[in-house]
Design a protein around this ligand. Structure first.
Ligand SMILES: NC(=O)c1ccc[n+]([C@@H]2O[C@H](COP(=O)([O-])OP(=O)(O)OC[C@H]3O[C@@H](n4cnc5c(N)ncnc54)[C@H](OP(=O)(O)O)[C@@H]3O)[C@@H](O)[C@H]2O)c1
Length: 305
């Protein structure tokens, strides 16, 4: 079993959440200088890595291989959803990684989501998700979007937290208005909210609002999302910062979110990209870099929700 070393280095307070480092291996081929991945303490006392793997659009064998490879190379946070049609494959990769001694099941955080068309029969939907994953329990289950019966669906998920078959709950695509209405109606506080966040859609007021509630923020489309990346990857401000730090634009975008206390889940089936996306802990963006990236905000959403 790979031994994990916890270094208890506090980076700063993010809405009452402590951050510490743990060591993770990355691809030797990348010759990573620093493979420490910070962990964010959630409001239920559990910790999750600041960088995980997104699996939207990963299917079948490619999904199993990508998730397994990521786990083998140090990832410990995997994001899936009913809507991605790959919970079975993610579960298979996790089981294989555990069986091969890459990580203990307890070290891996698997996030999945119920889709709004499942909220009408949440128990069936939760059972289906748990059965497809088949990894003993689900670490964090989210509502993928606000929708009719979302409160009832969440309350059903709360009962699974009580029984231990789900360890924590969260929301996705919830903004200030939706969250304000939602939080007063539920018993178990979500541990995280997953929203679109990248340099062209920063949503700072929403991020800060969520963090102030003691809820972690997780960024989807941290690299801008498939089909929207050309402009971001050649952005002159990001490129200048990347060249100065000897990093790629992708690494600068991921680091910017992490330095804002936001967890990132870049999607990739490419082992080199997966390793690159984790190799961001041997440098710091300066306050001037953070300000320059902050000024790139365009409120340019790359998806409708
Ligand atoms: N909650 C929601 O509503 C919601 C919505 C959308 C997405 N998500 C989650 O968020 C995750 C991330 O979103 P996403 O995967 O759609 O978009 P993304 O992470 O912004 O971008 C993924 C794309 O970037 C490429 N890429 C990854 N690392 C790279 C690197 N270092 N250099 C160059 N290209 C790189 C990937 O290609 P390669 O495969 O070739 O590396 C892929 O085409 C999803 O996988 C999903 O888990 C959630």
């Amino acid at each position: 079993m790979q031994r994990r070393r916890f270094l208890a280095i506090t980076l700063g307070a993010v809405a009452g959440a402590g951050i510490e480092f743990h060591c993770a291996s990355v691809l030797a081929a990348i010759n990573s200088k620093n493979s420490d991945v910070p962990m964010l303490m959630l409001n239920n006392g559990r910790k999750v890595p600041m960088v995980g793997l997104g699996t939207y659009s990963l299917k079948g064998k490619i999904c199993i291989e990508s998730v397994y490879n990521a786990l083998k190379n140090g990832y410990r946070l995997i994001d899936t959803a009913h809507a991605y049609g790959n919970e079975q494959e993610v579960g298979a990769a996790v089981r294989k990684a555990v069986a091969d001694g890459i990580a203990a099941r307890e070290e891996i955080t698997v996030v999945t989501k119920l889709y709004p068309n499942q909220y009408g029969n949440p128990v069936q939907a939760i059972e289906e998700g748990l059965a497809k994953l088949d990894i003993g329990w689900c670490d964090i289950m989210l509502l993928h979007h606000p929708g009719s019966n979302d409160i009832e669906a969440y309350r059903a998920m709360e009962k699974y937290v009580d029984s231990g078959r789900i360890r924590a709950l969260g929301l996705s695509c919830f903004y200030i208005e939706e969250l304000t209405a939602f939080l007063s109606k539920v018993r178990i506080k979500p541990v995280l909210v997953q929203n679109e966040i990248h340099p062209y859609y920063q949503d700072r007021d929403v991020v800060q609002f969520i963090q102030k509630q003691g809820i972690a923020v997780q960024a989807w489309y941290p690299l801008g999302g498939r089909g929207h990346q050309k402009e971001l990857f050649s952005d002159p401000v990001l490129t200048e910062i990347a060249v100065r730090h000897g990093k790629s634009v992708a690494q600068i975008m991921i680091k910017w979110n992490v330095q804002n206390g936001v967890i990132v889940i870049p999607g990739s089936s490419n082992p080199m990209h997966q390793a690159e996306n984790m190799d961001i802990f041997d440098f710091e963006l300066t306050p001037a870099d953070m300000k320059a990236i902050g000024a790139l905000e365009r409120r340019e959403k790359h998806d409708w929700y």
